[in-house]
Design a protein around this ligand. Structure first.
Ligand SMILES: *Cc1c(COP(=O)(O)O)cnc(C)c1O
Ligand SMILES: [Zn+2]
Length: 480
């Protein structure tokens, strides 16, 4: 055998546009194609990658967890994202996440016992799935010698970026752009605590996104948003871990909230590559769930018939929709702040994923999101509002008969329950003023699964009476 091939020889970057198809070395830094401006993909020369013969071989690395690359739930699968030499990998132990059966939530959704699972990505070091992508993007940043790294964020991207700067020693400096007002405090707290330079601009996420791209261009700062194709390489591993936890059986459905559409794009790429490699023989269906207050994907795919069209989607119809949004002054608005995005940067890649996975798109209201979130809280590990869009979406699809009661369904819980405590407390507390202030302005009217604190005098008899009265009742007290 010849000497080990440098990993970078096995991967290259390629423009997504089939009419351009420009390719670039893997250690170059572009956030859009310099020829035509389209998105960029990381592509592998699979004939030369030494991929294990079976997915089970990755699992055997559990026994070598003293090796940080095997401990990582991302890099345990490193041959499937082999763009970096192993010595360059930046890992903080991400991807130690759980797939759990959740029958109680499954009953709410309407699927049978043992058929419903929650993939809990809130267990990542920064509390959201974003760490899966950050470890890969920071690895690429390190390969390219980048120091200043930036993102625009609704919160979790900045929290993840900040953690990778604060917890590593490669001289990275975090610069984050946030819009005015709408960031959940759990997330902002992380960025501030971890010492990120936090630039708050007057505007929303879509505005911040546009600015950070300009700043990245002008100052040569390394961009960590999901236009960065390396982010998506790391996020593919969420699907590998789901399959691993399901004993390598393919579920019928993967349901994921859709914001900038990086996750859904990454999932489609993961399955398409696994199928190409012969490591799976079937691809699950993908459901991408928008919030009604940020429904671009649903509008374009569900109502205007936008499709991947062999890499040539009708971008004129996309632009026409964006022009309508501008003309009417409509901004994204939802309690699910992590998906409060009207111009999803990975739209095209998501169309490809929908094609690969015979996917569907739906939107759910903030009311449905908050009710589903309460169900995830009382029947699982809890999650932030955006994550619960997946569960609300699964319920919708079940009611429509698109998902069958016997289907095996995996909903991705993208972020930790403690990311947005205000939304949770507003829902449960029964405090009308807080409810109206936090949820009412987003159109949430009822708290059908509220679990109110019980006010009792500081008196033992009263306390014992209250426990007798309420202890077996469980949640369900209506705050409205
Ligand atoms: C970023 C994020 C999303 C949206 O994911 P995309 O890949 O941008 O579609 C959903 N939920 C949470 C908690 C997030 O942080
Ligand atoms: Zn191009």
């Amino acid at each position: 055998m010849s000497a080990t091939i440098a990993a970078t020889d096995l991967a290259f970057q390629q423009c997504l546009n089939p009419d351009c198809g420009s390719t670039f070395e893997v250690d170059r830094t572009y956030f859009s194609c310099p020829t035509c401006g389209d998105l960029i993909d990381v592509v592998y020369d699979w004939d030369r990658v030494r991929v294990p013969r079976s997915m089970r071989d990755f699992e055997s690395r559990w026994s070598e967890r003293a090796n940080p690359l095997n401990f990582s739930g991302v890099w345990r699968f490193r041959e499937l994202l082999g763009f970096a030499p192993e010595g360059q990998i930046v890992t903080i132990g991400e991807g130690q996440t759980l797939l759990r059966a959740a029958d109680k939530v499954g009953r709410y959704v309407g699927v049978g016992a043992g058929r419903f699972h929650l993939q809990y990505e809130g267990m990542n070091p920064s509390g959201s799935f974003k760490d899966n992508g950050m470890t890969a993007a920071f690895t690429h940043a390190r390969m390219t010698g980048a120091r200043r790294v930036a993102c625009a964020s609704t919160g979790n991207t900045s929290a993840a970026l900040s953690v990778y700067c604060s917890a590593t020693d490669f001289g990275f400096r975090a610069i984050i752009f946030i819009g005015s007002g709408k960031i959940a405090y759990g997330k902002l707290a992380q960025a501030l605590d971890q010492g990120a330079l936090t630039v708050q601009i007057v505007g929303d996420f879509d505005d911040a996104m546009q600015r950070v791209r300009q700043v990245a261009d002008r100052l040569g700062v390394y961009l960590m948003n999901s236009v960065n194709p390396f982010r998506l390489e790391g996020q593919k591993t969420i699907m590998y871990r789901v399959l691993e936890a399901m004993r390598w059986e393919i579920p019928d459905w993967i349901v994921v909230p859709g914001g900038n559409l990086g996750n859904s794009s990454a999932f489609g790429k993961a399955f398409s590559e696994l199928r190409t490699l012969g490591l799976i023989d079937r691809v699950p269906r993908l459901a991408v769930i928008n919030a009604s207050g940020a429904r671009t994907l649903h509008e374009l795919v569900g109502h205007r018939g936008l499709t991947w069209n062999d890499g040539r989607p009708d971008m004129a119809s996309v632009q026409a929709y964006y022009d309508e949004l501008d003309a009417s002054g409509r901004k994204a608005s939802t309690i699910a702040s992590a998906i409060e995005i009207n111009r999803p940067v990975n739209l095209k890649k998501c169309l490809r994923a929908l094609e690969v996975c015979d996917g569907v798109v739906r939107e759910v209201s903030d009311q449905e999101i908050m009710d589903a979130k309460a169900q995830v809280g009382s029947g699982g590990l809890g999650c932030e509002p955006a994550s619960a869009a997946s569960v609300a979406g699964a319920k919708r699809l079940r009611e429509e008969g698109v998902i069958a009661p016997s289907d095996r369904v995996v909903c991705i819980l993208t972020g930790h329950a403690l990311k947005d405590p205000n939304a949770t407390v507003a829902y449960h507390s029964g405090d009308r003023e807080m409810f109206d202030h936090v949820l009412g302005i987003r159109g949430v009217r009822r708290a059908g699964f509220a679990n109110k604190p019980v006010a009792v005098a500081n008196d033992l008899d009263d306390i014992i009476r209250a426990i007798a009265l309420y202890a077996d009742a469980g949640p369900g007290l209506d705050a409205g």
